[in-house]
Design a protein around this ligand. Sequence first.
Ligand code: FAD
Length: 307
Amino acid sequence: MLRSALIAASRSPGCRSLVERTPVLRPIVDRFVAGRGIDDAMRVARTIAADRLVSLDHLGEDTLDRAQAERTVEAYRTALRRLGEVGLAPRVEVSVKLSALGQALPADGEKIALENTRRICAAAAEAGTTVTVDMEDHTTTDSTLTLVRELRADFPATGTVLQAYLKRTAGDCADFAVPGSRIRLCKGAYDEPASVAYRTKSEVDASYVRCLKILMNGDGYPMVATHDTRLIDVATMLAEQTGRGRDDYEFQMLYGVRPQVQTQLARRGLRMRVYVPYGTEWYPYFMRRLGERPANVAFFLQALTRR
Ligand code: FAD
């Protein structure tokens, strides 16, 4: 219930203005967000890339403004050019949200998002790295997977995300477990109705294992995005059983979440990628992260009451 409330708050302009104007919350935000600008993102990416891989996310979502979508494309192109210039590109890729690139625009949204993402994929290819398309709420799943299939025709290494909480996802995993595909499997971060999604932790975890089995047994490149150490153990076991080498799959975690587990996995020689968000539009991302762990909410409320 708490998680649903925070996800609802992530779309509330009133809560947004309260959180953004409360300086004592800054240290909690900074735990999850690498900074406001590209210089911050580059500094954090360089540090992490010493022993792990990175996916940089220029924060933003749900834009209904074409000029804003264009600014997002430019922000990614700048980031990719700089990653290429300093030689970080092979270890640092980017993650994009189609809703930040125009997917929800009333006229030709999908077409605009496809063209915008194509320009980012071209910049990534030039820099020598890849793009992963994030997954948002279930109303966008079909549209996102269709656009990803189109992008893969020109940029075959383009990855995407499947969410284990959706009842459809085992079928999507089977469709995408093909040579060259890169699939990030996560539990899912939105508040979805029971008609389309599993709602209890045990059901979501069971679905995650089913999906993981399909991806590990398939021909694509699974990207195991979870901080759940039980599922990490299942993934390493499945990788062994299916004869995958250490370069044939990777783990992914979020910046600021379980950093010790991240470095332990990297020290074991496993591929570990950290999702590093940056930018001024941190509010909805931050609220979703708060809702994922009750202790985060306790820190947040303590800081609010101390102000
Ligand atoms: P949980 O059962 O939620 O957590 C397991 C344990 O990890 C918790 O007990 C806790 O100790 C720790 N933990 C988890 N989250 C936090 C947190 N925020 N703060 C502190 N501790 C925490 N979701 C989407 O819907 N679309 C996406 O495109 C997407 N991309 C992602 C990319 C990456 C690299 C990762 C790691 C996650 C992504 N997610 C995405 C979010 C994901 O769906 C989950 O909401 C999130 O990862 C929490 O699930 P979990 O697997 O860690 O399991």
